[in-house]
Design a protein around this ligand. Structure first.
Ligand SMILES: Cc1cc2nc3c(=O)[nH]c(=O)nc-3n(C[C@H](O)[C@H](O)[C@H](O)COP(=O)(O)OP(=O)(O)OC[C@H]3O[C@@H](n4cnc5c(N)ncnc54)[C@H](O)[C@@H]3O)c2cc1C
Length: 329
């Protein structure tokens, strides 16, 4: 009988391990949200489309580059943006850094995960709340106390502060998990009735509150309706995480008005998302965590760095190790 492996999380790391191991193990993915992709997220509301998490990904290693190229061929990814301006109180400056291919998911940022997930067994809206030792392996219990099944091994791809809450006290990776630092981010989403041209597709922002702005309509495969996605700085989000959402929204709109001279407080669609764990400030510094005796492992961007590619590389490293164990069984 094949080894049964539960994977917690259907972000890019979870989908990557599931794809790698599916040919040799009995793999089941549990995802707490309805959609796949985790922080490679897309939200559609009132005909507007917003990539409210990761903005684009780059591929500095050949393995992820070939995944991205395949996804472009199959229509699950595309190149965007050509350039990233810099927006500050001095105005708009063009991108003068060396060109590097940048990719996004299609038709939304989650398109990459959706494409890679085809054929996998994934339980959506299934939050793993605890792991309970079973006679052999682990039973997964959901947030309602229901039993999600028994598995020989469990791999968590949830952000480190969430993974640590799931792992038992004697998990050997506990210290590495404790050392990881992640920070939050607020995302402001604005939708417009009329076409809007700010003169750029995307811009890094030099400001005390804001860090990024993207025009959604400039992306391949999106809707025709004009929409903006704006990220706060991580340090500002950390200082304002528990603040009233209305106040956060007002502060972000005021900062945007200072930068581009437009008052968007009456935009027909305004929404705000809070990411509690958005970006990695301090990574674990090892490709993955695995406790041989317990049959528990963990991976994700927080192992190696602050990028989609770091999540994929971490998941690929854990999969390679597990493959050799399973094939040696
Ligand atoms: C605002 C923002 C902007 C970013 N910009 C960029 C960028 O421009 N370029 C870039 O390369 N990267 C960017 N990133 C980072 C990038 O999104 C991440 O590095 C990458 O998506 C992490 O993938 P992952 O699979 O490791 O984790 P995640 O995507 O977080 O996946 C973890 C999954 O686990 C699920 N989960 C958690 N707990 C449980 C549980 N108990 N039970 C079941 N499921 C659970 C979550 O719902 C989630 O789907 C950005 C992130 C954010 C938030």
């Amino acid at each position: 009988m094949k080894t049964s492996i539960a994977i917690i999380g259907a972000g890019i790391a979870g989908i990557t391990i599931a794809r790698e191991l599916a040919p040799v193990a009995d793999v089941t993915v549990f995802e707490k949200r309805r959609g796949l992709g985790g922080r490679m997220a897309n939200r559609r509301r009132e005909g507007f489309s917003f990539d409210h998490g990761a903005q684009y990904f780059t591929t500095r290693g050949p393995a992820f580059r070939s995944v991205a190229d395949e996804a472009v061929k199959s229509g699950h990814a595309a190149n965007w943006p050509n350039g990233v301006h810099t927006l500050s109180s001095n105005g708009l400056a063009p991108d003068n850094r060396p060109p590097e291919p940048r990719f996004i998911g299609v038709p939304g940022m989650n398109g990459l995960a959706n494409g890679l997930a085809e054929g996998l067994t994934i339980h959506r809206q299934a939050t793993v709340a605890s792991l309970v030792r079973a006679a052999k392996g682990w039973s997964l219990i959901d947030s309602e106390g229901a039993d999600l099944g028994r598995f020989d091994m469990v791999m968590s791809t949830a952000p480190a502060p969430q993974t640590i809450r799931l792992m038992p006290e004697d998990f050997s990776g506990r210290e590495a998990l404790t050392n990881v630092r992640m920070s939050g981010c607020f995302t402001l989403m604005l939708g417009f009735a009329e076409p809007l041209d700010l003169g750029f597709d995307a811009a890094r922002i030099e400001d005390d509150i804001l860090s990024w702005i993207a025009t959604e309509k400039s992306k391949p495969g999106r809707t025709d309706k004009s929409a903006l996605t704006i990220h706060s700085r991580n340090d500002w989000a950390e200082s304002n995480l528990e603040r009233d959402r209305g106040e956060v929204q007002t502060a972000m709109l005021a900062a945007l008005q200072r930068l581009i001279g437009k008052d968007f407080s009456k935009a027909p669609w305004i929404d705000l998302h809070r990411w509690r764990y958005a970006n990695v400030d301090k990574a674990a510094g090892q490709p993955f965590l695995f406790d041989t005796a317990l049959g528990l492992g963990a991976c994700g961007d927080w192992c190696l760095g602050n990028r989609v590619e770091a999540a994929v590389e971490s998941a690929a490293a854990l999969s390679t190790m597990l493959m050799s164990r399973l094939q040696g069984d």
